[in-house]
Structures are given as structure tokens and as C-alpha cells.
Ligand binder design. Structure first.
Ligand code: SF4
Length: 257
């Protein structure tokens, strides 16, 4: 167990994924970051998201065909034991990846006129927040005449399938930059054009984001952790902990060092 007095060191930094996890469920945050519990088998959707992320990054970094990268990497994943949900399979995710990337190449890729950076790290300190916000912008590019920040699309590709959050629970990422955000998500219909959404963040929304950061960082520092039960529990890897199914905990989870 973590030292109960070590609140500040429990929060070395904030990141978009830490914020998302806390807002989804504070207990999920605690089990993941403080108890350091991890699933023995990685979720297939998460690995799929990482492969999509890599395919897009290689495309923007080296102009490598994203379909070639995706096929190579996702085929290699066949030999690993991944955790598929009831509605997922390697083949289904393969079809989704192929369809999304084909559509991306046909309709979206040409909109990116100039690439300034791929996987650019950032570190922002805010006076109202106990810990700095760190993260990576997957892409900084000129898109249809506008300098645009693309944040974390690979993770969203996977994450959206793992645990879709209701709009009210999703954090805007607009506080991290002055441009527009591009949010590529996988929904029921896996069409890139349907899920490539651009949102201008107003100054008010940026202030709101900073306020959310402040509240979440204070809650974590004060060790305010509680179960936020909802539809996302069905896909939460920590469900056996919450339902006290110790056999399943032993079978499915491991504590990392
Ligand atoms: S099962 Fe539900 S309540 Fe428990 S940690 Fe996961 S999201 Fe939170």
C-alpha cells in the first residue's frame, strides 16, 4: 500500500490521461497509479490504438504508408495473448484499422499541408495547480491554412473503444495550446471522416480546463478517492477488485514494482 502521507509525491505531474482516469473514476486512478495494479493481459483495444498511433506517426514522420505499418504491426500482435471484449476480435479490429486508414489516406491526409512536429513533448506549469501538466502532442501541423495541434489520437483510437466517456465527462484538451484540437475517435461506424472533429477552444473553455486541473490535482493531493460506478465499470480491468472477487483478481491482475 502507498504511504497515506505521501499525497504530493503521489502526484509528480498531471497528464491528460491522469486527468481522464481520475474523472472517469477516482478509485480507478488510485488502483492504477497508487496501487500500481495492471492487467496480466493487455487490452486488445489499447494495443490496437497504439498500433494506429504508430502508423500515423510514421506516416507524418517518414511518409511511410500507414497501411503497411498497421498491417506489419497488427499481424505481429496476433501471436500475443490479448484481452478482447465480447464484441472484439483480431479480425474485427483489423477491418476497422484498414478501413480507417484507407479513408484517412483518401480523404483526410491531403488536408495536412505542413508538419512542424511529430510527438512533441510539452510541460506546462500553472500557478493554481500543484503539479505541472506534461504530455505529448502527437502532431503540430498546418491543416487547411491553420496551425493545428493533434493530441493523442492513437490513444483515443484505442481508449474510445475501451471506455467511451459521455461528453460531459470528457476533458477538453484545449488548455494545452492556442490552436484547434483534432480528435480522431472510433465510434460505432468506423469512418475516419465521421470522427475527425476539430474544435476551437474559447478562452473560457481554456480557463475551465485549468480549473478542472486545479480541482483534480487538489483531490489527488488530498487523497480523495471513491468509486464512481457507471457503465464504464463493465469494461474496467479493476472490476474484480471492486466486486471483491479475489480469485479473479489473482488471475487477471498483477502489481508492478
Ligand atoms: S469497476 Fe467501476 S468503480 Fe471500480 S474502479 Fe473500475 S470504474 Fe471505478
Amino acid at each position: 500500500m502507498s504511504n497515506p502521507d505521501s499525497g504530493i509525491s503521489d502526484l509528480p505531474h498531471l497528464s491528460h490521461s491522469r486527468l481522464q482516469k481520475y474523472i472517469t473514476c477516482p478509485e480507478q486512478y488510485r488502483l492504477y497509479y497508487l496501487e500500481r495494479l495492471r492487467p496480466k493481459q493487455e487490452a486488445a483495444a489499447r494495443v490496437f490504438g497504439a498500433v494506429m498511433h504508430l502508423a500515423l506517426a510514421e506516416y507524418f514522420r517518414k511518409e511511410r504508408d500507414p497501411l503497411a505499418t498497421f498491417r506489419e504491426e497488427w499481424t505481429a500482435c496476433q501471436k500475443f495473448q490479448l484481452r478482447y471484449s465480447q464484441r472484439e476480435s483480431w479480425q474485427k479490429l483489423n477491418q476497422i484499422g484498414e478501413a480507417l486508414l484507407q479513408e484517412f489516406l483518401a480523404e483526410e491526409a491531403r488536408k495536412f499541408e505542413q508538419v512542424f512536429a511529430v510527438e512533441a513533448k510539452f510541460h506546462i506549469g500553472a500557478s493554481n495547480v500543484a503539479a505541472p501538466l506534461v504530455g505529448t502532442l502527437d502532431l503540430v501541423a498546418q491543416l487547411e491554412g491553420k496551425r493545428t495541434l493533434v493530441q493523442d489520437w492513437g490513444q483515443r483510437l484505442g481508449g474510445a473503444r475501451c471506455a467511451p466517456l459521455r461528453p460531459a465527462h470528457r476533458l477538453s484538451s484545449g488548455g494545452t495550446g492556442g490552436g484547434a484540437d483534432c480528435d480522431l475517435r472510433v465510434g460505432k461506424k468506423a469512418r475516419a471522416a465521421n470522427h475527425l472533429a476539430f474544435t476551437e477552444r474559447t478562452p473560457e473553455q481554456q480557463v475551465e480546463y485549468l480549473r478542472k486541473m486545479e480541482i483534480v490535482s487538489l483531490q489527488i493531493t488530498d487523497r480523495v478517492f471513491y468509486k464512481r460506478v457507471g457503465f464504464w465499470c463493465r469494461q474496467c480491468e479493476f472490476l474484480p477488485v471492486c466486486t471483491r472477487n479475489e480469485k479473479k483478481v489473482r488471475e487477471t491482475l498483477v502489481r508492478i514494482g
